[in-house]
Design a protein around this ligand. Structure first.
Ligand SMILES: Cc1cc2nc3c(=O)[nH]c(=O)nc-3n(C[C@H](O)[C@H](O)[C@H](O)COP(=O)(O)OP(=O)(O)OC[C@H]3O[C@@H](n4cnc5c(N)ncnc54)[C@H](O)[C@@H]3O)c2cc1C
Ligand SMILES: NC(=O)c1ccc[n+]([C@@H]2O[C@H](COP(=O)([O-])OP(=O)(O)OC[C@H]3O[C@@H](n4cnc5c(N)ncnc54)[C@H](O)[C@@H]3O)[C@@H](O)[C@H]2O)c1
Length: 516
């Protein structure tokens, strides 16, 4: 589906590749066999050039004279740039704007132009060409080794290029696994060439009838743009809610909105079988064969022109040579790795989100640089919270723990909830404002544990919560962080006002925040 660009040679001048004579790793130290002497040696080798691998490589050499290579078998920039975040958000933003115009008197309702929308998507994925990313890598002083990389021993990586040539690379200090993830396709749907998220973001032929399987982020976002493009969408959800890992009111609001737009949501629908004549890989975003019939365990059948499987992703660790160093995927996912080997991003099993993977890559990259140069490792925050935005209408923006997660952990929590339109700034966004906002606060410390904003343009509200959780700002102090009038951020004031007085306005001397 992708159009890999292949070249056996590194994309940066050979000056970035140090002489290997006296510094190649000593294989005898580990007892691991090396298939051959290295063709090149770098200080750091990163397997996988997605956003996470790029950041790991960049931070591992920044401000040093270390060298790093990124090994990439397809498009430099990874899933996020060409098949995931960027195309999906490029599709969703005009849809969001058009929806907003439906609710705002004083502006004509905007009509979507499907062809122009897909053309915008194509621009945002650089027409599946990674030349710009390759230029960035070169500018950052990173070597680019094109081909499939796998470990072949301790700090050894073999790169198999598209033309069949093999190069063995040696890493003086570290190897980073940043190989991303792949769509998980349940058994009954294998063999019928279903769409994955790649086809949905790369849509070329809009199927008249689309069935989606799954009730998570991909299903909800894709249902939004596929419905807007004209598909009759039926979502088969095996549970009773959408976005089940978020606060319950998030899934309810998104379901109401999708149903309002004409999407059919079938809950408790467990897929037992799927059938399709002439299933074939016709290309990215094209209909992959004849009519699909999906049969559920309760005997109901759903017919469609295409089926999108959105049932989660799994780390891509199957063909990275872990066995050559006596490890398996379980060790990677549990973080049981030798000191020279690191895993980051989707491949690590941590939250499969670009910003989180990139953050961890910066941390790990800086650690590698410090260890390699003998510098003091940079300060880290071990329990930084993970934010996420689901770009549905309404948007779902959340960070930290949900109320249920905090209670399950045994925390004594207080929550505050307000309608999303409770502040003048949010009420002005649309004439009818759906959604809610909620904060979860630890009763004993007054610290924020989690926050969720469900509403139009909620995305930008969540960073304040991320800052408050990361910086351990008590709600009594947060109350004095004044939002401008009339902005959406004033929702914070409304939320804090809902908390018990002893938490938000305790009596005492002025200013008691730590560090002041
Ligand atoms: C439809 C969709 C929308 C998304 N939207 C968002 C969003 O809005 N915001 C967000 O934060 N996250 C989003 N995500 C998640 C995000 O795409 C991932 O978290 C992110 O791409 C992970 O980056 P990565 O670098 O770890 O992996 P990837 O982006 O998957 O990159 C891995 C790279 O490694 C290469 N590779 C793999 N194995 C090898 C090998 N053996 N040798 C050489 N190269 C190899 C691959 O070709 C690929 O280029 C979305 C995901 C999907 C599916
Ligand atoms: N805006 C964003 O940040 C964004 C957008 C898209 C994807 N992503 C990331 O990509 C990852 C993958 O997204 P996703 O939606 O595929 O996964 P997900 O984990 O969000 O949702 C998977 C859904 O599939 C269901 N499911 C799992 N196995 C099933 C089966 N065998 N049969 C039927 N249903 C099944 C689950 O119950 C759930 O509803 C997510 O973890 C998400 O973080 C992020």
């Amino acid at each position: 589906m992708s159009a890999p660009q292949q070249s056996a040679a590194p994309a940066v001048p050979d000056t970035a590749v140090r002489d290997t004579a006296d510094s190649a790793p000593d294989d005898s130290a580990s007892g691991a066999a090396s298939p051959s002497a290295p063709d090149a040696t770098y200080d750091v080798i990163v397997l996988g050039g997605g956003p996470v691998g790029e950041n790991a490589a960049q931070y591992a050499i920044e401000g040093t004279d270390l060298t790093a290579a990124i090994v990439e078998e397809a498009l430099l920039g990874g899933e996020c740039s060409y098949y995931a975040c960027m195309p999906s958000k490029a599709l969703l933003r005009p849809i969001d704007v058009a929806r907003t115009t439906e609710t705002l008197p004083g502006v004509a309702t905007a009509a979507l132009e499907p062809e122009a929308l897909l053309a915008r998507r194509d621009d945002w994925v650089s027409h599946y060409d990674d030349a710009g990313q390759a230029r960035w890598a070169e500018g950052a002083g990173l070597a680019l080794e094109r081909g499939h990389g796998r470990l072949v021993g301790e700090r050894r990586v073999e790169v198999l290029a598209a033309d069949g040539t093999r190069r063995v690379l040696a890493a003086r200090h570290a190897v980073v696994l940043a190989t991303g993830s792949e769509a998980a396709i349940p058994g009954p749907l294998q063999g019928i060439e279903p769409w994955t998220s790649r086809d949905a973001t790369g849509v070329v032929e809009v199927p008249e009838r689309l069935v989606t399987i799954g009730g998570g982020v991909v299903a909800c976002e894709a249902a939004t743009w596929m419905r807007a493009l004209g598909s009759a969408v039926t979502m088969l959800v095996r549970g009773d809610a959408l976005l089940s890992s978020a606060e319950p009111f998030a899934g309810e609001a998104v379901a109401e909105s999708l149903e309002g737009a004409g999407v059919r949501i079938v809950r408790e629908a467990r897929v037992a079988q799927a059938h399709r004549p002439q299933a074939q890989p016709t290309g990215l975003g094209r209909v992959h064969g004849g009519t699909v019939t999906v049969r559920c365990e309760d005997g109901t059948e759903h017919e469609a022109d295409e089926v999108l499987v959105a049932t989660g992703r799994r780390p891509r660790l199957g063909d990275v040579g872990l066995e050559s160093i006596g490890l398996g995927a379980d060790e990677v996912l549990a973080g049981r790795l030798p000191a020279w080997l690191h895993a980051v991003g989707d491949a690590s099993g941590e939250a499969p989100l670009t910003h989180w993977g990139k953050h961890r890559a910066r941390v790990v990259g800086a650690r590698i640089a410090a260890a390699a140069t003998g510098a003091q490792p940079p300060f880290e925050v071990p329990d930084a919270p993970v934010p996420q935005v689901v770009f549905t209408d309404p948007q779902v923006a959340s960070v930290g723990e949900t109320e249920a997660q905090a209670r399950e952990r045994g925390a004594e929590v207080v929550t505050a909830q307000v309608p999303f339109g409770a502040a003048a700034g949010t009420a002005l966004l649309r004439d009818a404002v759906p959604g809610r906002a909620q904060i979860v606060v630890d009763r004993a410390t007054g610290l924020l544990l989690g926050a969720a904003f469900v509403g139009p343009e909620a995305a930008e509200l969540v960073h304040a919560a991320t800052v408050a959780i990361t910086g351990r700002v008590p709600v009594a102090v947060l109350r004095h962080a004044v939002a401008s009038y009339p902005t959406a951020s004033e929702l914070w004031l409304r939320l804090l006002e809902e908390l018990p007085r002893e938490l938000r306005a305790p009596v005492g001397p002025p200013v008691s925040a730590p560090g002041r």
